[in-house]
Design a protein around this ligand. Structure first.
Ligand code: TMP
Length: 212
């Protein structure tokens, strides 16, 4: 069996990333490969407990360095015990957020330097990167208006507009630096048009990997 593939989904709040997952998963399954759906922070028993700590509001202040280290602690466990073994078995791993979210939220949002994040990235991932990342991009106010229709805001959703503007700009800067890997979707469009953009991106990716 050939090696599997690693695909990640990224975007700011209310970009429609999560509601597009079943559609992206189905497109990837057309390749005939099994698709393992997972998420960060989370994806393992320990990682889901770390997620709780990171997302539940009202637990007192969490220092930005602690937040960064917890993201990578959850990621180390996830990568070693779930993601890499699944890729080894030939599966396509579809992960809702990964390290681009750290550059966007802890880098852009919390203004931790990219150099510091890169040290942890190298330490935990040892050069392993997603094969493709789909970035759902939406103007911040439009995204937040959507997100606010949902249930109680988590610890990140309580941040202000400037925070999310920095998150968006950091995501877009990453996409500009790595256009081969990071594919930007205009998520401000109606869902039918978003689906067409996803068709194009995912089908090209599968063709490039001889899986269509
Ligand atoms: P979500 O996956 O439900 O959108 O929630 C995850 C939240 O965690 C989201 O607000 C982004 C944040 N996050 C980070 O700040 N850094 C990270 O590295 C990851 C994976 C997520």
């Amino acid at each position: 069996m050939k090696q599997g593939l690693f695909v990640t989904l990224e975007g700011g709040e209310g970009a429609g990333k999560t509601s597009s997952i079943p559609y992206v998963q189905a497109l990837l399954e057309n390749s005939g490969r099994e698709v393992l759906l997972t998420r960060e922070p989370g994806g393992t028993e320990l990682g889901e407990r770390i997620r709780e700590l990171l997302l539940t509001p009202g637990q007192g202040e969490i220092h930005e360095n602690t937040e960064l280290l917890l993201m990578f602690a959850a990621r180390a466990q996830h990568l070693q015990t779930v993601i890499l073994p699944a890729i080894e078995q030939g599966k396509i791993v579809l992960c809702d957020r990964f390290t681009d979210a750290t550059y966007a939220y802890q880098g852009g949002g919390r203004q931790i330097s990219n150099e510091r994040i890169a040290v942890l990235e190298e330490w935990v991932q040892q050069g392993r990167q997603p094969d493709m990342t789909i970035l759902f991009d939406i103007p911040v106010e439009q995204g937040l208006a959507r997100a606010n229709q949902r249930s109680d805001p988590d610890r990140f959703e309580q941040e202000d507009l400037e925070f999310f503007e920095r998150v968006r700009q950091a995501y877009l800067a990453g996409a500009q630096e790595q256009p081969q890997r990071i594919k930007v979707i205009d998520a401000s469009k109606p869902f039918e048009e978003v689906k067409q953009q996803l068709d194009a991106v995912v089908n090209t990716f599968l063709r490039e990997h001889n899986l269509s």
